[in-house]
Design a protein around this ligand. Structure first.
Ligand SMILES: Nc1ncnc2c1ncn2[C@@H]1O[C@H](COP(=O)(O)OP(=O)(O)OP(=O)(O)O)[C@@H](O)[C@H]1O
Ligand SMILES: [Mg+2]
Length: 278
């Protein structure tokens, strides 16, 4: 079986792509899967930095699991065309190692470039986090009237459609596009309810599934320097708060949406999902 390829993408910057890519990677490693990771956002390199920090922590805590990571960097001495050609070849070479892994997680930049498009076209799943804001929605799909009847796909939605076509042409594969709201405020607001209503209404027409999202939680950013996450037993948290348990639950919900269970288990054998509200 070839690895399932999960790409985090959204041409809007700062929506949580790298953060969620890292947390999904650690979830999968801890469930017993072999995971490769690729950072095609080398200019910013957040995903690579997170994994680099994790590798350093592994030197003192060898039990920590780390993915096989590749950053696609350009040589500053080469021309843009040479860098693009080399990165494309490297990316395609990585795709040929698919049988060695269960999952390949790819982080892409918050902007459009050839490598990001190439990565999207190899995806089995595209996960698009967005902020709890109509501005973010507008960058996904232009709603042209108040009752959302007239739509114009955004550049990103059009780009996903193009990559879906690329994928069909290459291997007749189907890309599952998932959108989720990240950094939700703790207090339910009219804005969120309105946004969710519009997203549900749009999902069929634009062709994505709407997943349960993630709340704004300090725990999703405070462990970056150690490369650890809330899922690591040795994370330097003195005690688990309700918010931490809820954060884990949100990650479990994402695995559930992706139909992923611990390696070797079937969906009905996985642990019951306890509902915690925090
Ligand atoms: N659920 C969350 N709760 C709290 N902070 C979060 C959450 N998700 C992301 N963040 C924070 O939001 C900021 C943006 O996150 P991140 O860098 O992962 O976004 P990105 O989409 O990868 O950005 P870019 O497009 O620039 O690559 C970071 O400071 C990160 O720590
Ligand atoms: Mg990023």
């Amino acid at each position: 079986m070839a690895a399932r390829i999960i790409v985090f993408g959204n041409q809007k910057g700062g929506t949580g792509k790298s953060t969620l890519a890292m947390h999904l990677t650690v979830s999968l490693l801890n469930q017993g899967y072999k995971v490769a990771t690729i950072d095609v956002d080398a200019r910013q390199g957040t995903f690579s930095r997170y994994i680099e920090n994790r590798s350093k922590t592994k030197l003192i805590s060898p039990e920590i699991l780390v993915s096989t990571h590749t950053t696609l960097l350009g040589d500053v001495n080469d021309s843009k065309a040479v860098v693009e050609k080399n990165n494309k070849e490297k990316f395609e070479e990585l795709m040929r190692t698919r049988r060695e892994f269960d999952f390949i997680i790819i982080d892409t930049p918050g902007s459009d470039d050839y490598l990001s498009r190439l990565a999207h076209s190899y995806a089995d799943v595209i996960i698009t986090p967005m902020n709890e804001s109509f501005i973010d929605l507008d960058l996904l799909v232009k709603v042209q009237d108040a009752d959302s009847k007239t739509l114009k796909p955004s550049i990103y939605a059009e780009s996903v459609w193009d990559q879906k076509k690329e994928r069909v042409i290459r291997d007749k594969g189907v890309i599952d596009w998932i959108v989720l709201v990240n950094r939700m405020s703790s207090i339910g607001s009219n804005n969120r309810q309105e946004l969710e209503k519009v997203l549900v209404a749009l999902s069929k027409r634009i062709g994505f599934r709407l997943a349960k999202g993630f709340k704004e939680r300090v725990i999703f950013r405070e462990l970056f320097r150690t490369g650890l996450t809330i899922l690591d037993k040795n994370s330097p948290l003195s005690q688990m708060s309700l918010s931490h348990i809820a954060a884990r639950q949100e990650l479990n919900e994402l695995l559930h949406t992706l139909n992923i269970t611990p390696k070797g288990k079937y969906p009905d054998e996985s642990e019951d999902r306890v509902v915690v509200s925090a």
